[in-house]
Design a protein around this ligand. Structure first.
Ligand code: S3P
Length: 421
């Protein structure tokens, strides 16, 4: 029996992908506890299996023996990344340093997403890329002997930075990445915790050649992006308290919690502890009244995946919200500026698109209508929060798409809603 109001969110998706990749490249046996078992992470596991790593079925506590930094083998079949941008971009970095060709494919949504942000730096290092449609999937990576590089990324992208760092790791060359705004830094932290020489500054990350990679012994903390939905239920509730244990509190991931707190949300952070070079904590959330907000600038990358949720939270309170500097939302699993605004309008909210964000205007009244997710899990979950509120009547067209990041979402939502009703 789970305690009333307590919800343990699944393992962090970004860390889970990286844990599988690094454990596969390590020499020896890694132990991974609490890894996220979702469609996206299964895509990474599937591709690593195709490249010759013996990965057992994902489970809460499993072991995996790595093949070493240069031990991956060419795949006889295509590498299917499904819906997962992190899978294809990080594995493009890894395979760019392997002296064989790999063909990556993905679903309709992933096939539309830009790959130039990884192909450009990896080509500059010496790999060769082939595309049939612009810079979208299918993509063939012809790996080779790479040289070191210093690369300025244009967008703040944890995936791009990680692709370059992983290529440097596997190739055994020095790489350095400079960003305009700091993106999530799990790859750097995890590599450092495994003894790789990584140096980081405010906007830089560099890695020196490593001879081999030590195995991991890692407990994956809860995903702050998944926790954000449960935080939203807790602040929107009329009574009770929601407790979310062991949430990853990496500073590059907690922009949503910081933002709603600055808007008036009661979110207490307790029981802090260190996990794998990162911080984790328990969140205690109480019913709150939120104020209008404007969000932009350096905090955006730290809450990029939570902006659709923030929009829905603003709509739930009937407050105004202005989001800027978030044009990256246009190239996520859907064009999230368009999907957020169109769906808010479809249920009766006054919302407007901006090239780099959106504006939501105050309004009161019940929300009703059908939400078209475009198969985007974060759209389904964000509007799912609005759908769960008393008085609203909202249908989500594709609730099952949550399986890519939070398969238990609807069950957790229902239970925590009834615990706080
Ligand atoms: C991720 C980085 C972010 C994020 C995505 C996961 C990662 O994407 O939106 O959900 O694990 O590195 P970008 O690298 O495109 O910013």
């Amino acid at each position: 029996m789970t305690e009333r109001g307590v919800v343990r969110v699944p393992g962090d998706k970004s860390i889970s992908h990286r844990a599988l990749i690094l454990a596969s490249l390590a020499t020896g046996e890694s132990r991974l506890a609490g890894i996220l078992d979702s469609a996206d992470v299964r895509s990474t596991a599937g591709i690593l299996r195709n490249l010759g790593v013996d990965i057992p079925e994902l489970s809460a506590d499993f072991r995996l023996t790595g093949v070493g930094l240069r031990g991956l083998k060419p795949s006889s079949s295509i590498l299917d990344a499904g819906n997962s941008g992190t899978t294809v971009r990080l594995m493009a970095g890894v395979t760019a340093a392997c002296e064989f060709s790999s063909r990556f494919e993905g679903d309709a949504s992933l096939s539309k997403r830009p790959m130039k942000r990884v192909s450009e730096p990896l080509q500059a290092m010496g790999a060769r890329f082939e595309f049939a449609n612009g810079d979208g999937l299918p993509m063939i990576v012809n790996g080779g002997v790479l040289k070191g590089i210093t690369w300025n990324t244009r967008a703040a992208s944890g995936q791009t930075k990680s692709a370059i760092l992983l290529a440097g790791l596997v190739a055994g060359v020095r790489v350095s990445v400079i960003e305009s705004r700091k993106s999530r830094d799990h790859t750097e932290r995890m590599l450092k915790s495994l003894g790789v020489a990584v140096t980081t500054g405010d906007l830089t990350a560099a890695i020196l050649p490593a001879v081999s990679l030590s195995p991991l012994d890692l407990t994956v903390p809860g995903d702050p992006s998944s926790a954000a939905y449960m935080v939203a239920i807790g602040i929107l509730a009329h009574e009770g308290e929601v407790r979310i244990p062991d949430v990853c509190m990496n500073a590059t991931r907690i922009g949503f919690i910081e933002t709603v707190a600055s808007m008036g949300a009661h979110v207490a952070v307790t029981s802090r502890r260190a996990i794998a070079g990162d911080d984790a904590a328990t969140l205690i959330v109480r019913p709150s009244v939120l104020r209008n907000a404007k969000v932009g600038g350096d905090i955006i990358p730290a809450m990029i995946d939570e902006l659709p949720l923030l929009a829905c939270v603003a709509a739930a309170y009937g407050i105004s919200l202005e989001v800027s500097d978030a044009s990256e939302l246009r190239v996520k699993e859907s064009d999230r500026i368009a999907t957020v605004v169109q769906n808010l309008r479809a249920i009766g909210v006054d919302a407007e698109e901006r090239p780099d964000g959106f504006i939501i205007r105050p309004g009161h009244g019940k929300l009703r209508g059908v939400v078209k997710t475009e198969g985007d899990h974060r759209i389904a979950m964000s509007f799912g929060i609005l759908a769960s509120l008393a008085g609203n009547s909202i249908e989500i067209d594709d609730p099952d798409c949550v399986s890519v990041s939070y398969p238990r979402f609807w069950q957790d939502l229902e239970r925590i809603r009834s615990d706080t009703a």
